[in-house]
Design a protein. Structure first.
Ligand SMILES: [Zn+2]
Ligand SMILES: [Zn+2]
Length: 220
């Protein structure tokens, strides 16, 4: 399973267009799952081209939560796809859901659900800002992929643990009350809005990774 970071405000990759927001492609043996779409669709398309990712090859699209920096690139992608499956939290705006339905097969998620083989949604989590995260079953164990982690990473992990032992966390981690619980996770890749990135890097130098493309088959 490969993860390609397609939208982020930081990157070490030459010619990657940095912009506030997040998007990540999950490549399984069979499916391409796009998780979030950043803000600027042109930036997203540019970075997709950089990594040879084509909209027409995306079968499943998952939006984590309704923040502008995660959903706004959506219509640029839908324009190039062939009526994909789109998974949104059930609590999304009715008007937005109706718009998305014009271009896709829309699934409204409330409970944990399978997106495709090896890829699951946590279902809706959180109170103030409802968000879904992805649970990825890799050869290394469960990897959690978050948009902003507004419901709190600990809550997200609690749900993800039902799917197996947690190997890694990738994505925006927003505000963490405490980082102590990260100690038991061997692979940490904070991206996007993570506020305490340097603290995580200092506390867990062996498990910390800079946000970037990663293959979970090749990792030792
Ligand atoms: Zn957010
Ligand atoms: Zn965000």
């Amino acid at each position: 399973m490969n993860l390609k970071i397609l939208y982020n405000n930081e990157s070490g990759v030459k010619n990657f267009m940095k912009s506030w927001g997040f998007s990540c492609l999950v490549e399984t043996d069979k499916n391409n799952v796009l998780f979030d779409t950043g803000w600027d669709g042109n930036v997203l398309l540019h970075n997709m081209e950089l990594f040879d990712v084509k909209p027409e090859n995306i079968q499943n699209l998952v939006l984590s939560h309704q923040d502008w920096d995660h959903i706004s690139g959506l219509n640029h992608i839908l324009a190039g796809t062939d009526f994909p499956e789109v998974y949104v939290p059930k609590s999304f705006s009715e008007n937005l859901k109706n718009e998305i339905k014009r271009y896709s097969n829309l699934f409204e998620v409330s409970n944990p659900v399978e997106i495709c083989e090896g890829v699951y949604s946590t279902g809706e989590l959180g109170n103030e800002k409802i968000e879904q995260s992805l649970i990825l079953q890799t050869v290394k164990g469960v990897v959690v992929l978050t948009g902003c982690a507004h419901p709190g990473l600990e809550n997200i992990i609690k749900t993800a643990k039902r799917f197996g032992k947690i190997y890694g966390v990738v994505g925006g981690l927003h505000d963490l009350q405490s980082i102590d619980f990260l100690e038991e996770i061997p692979f940490l890749m904070p991206c996007h809005c993570t506020r305490h990135k340097n603290d995580i890097k200092t506390a867990f130098p062996d498990s910390y990774h800079e946000c970037g493309n990663i293959s979970f088959n090749e990792l030792r």
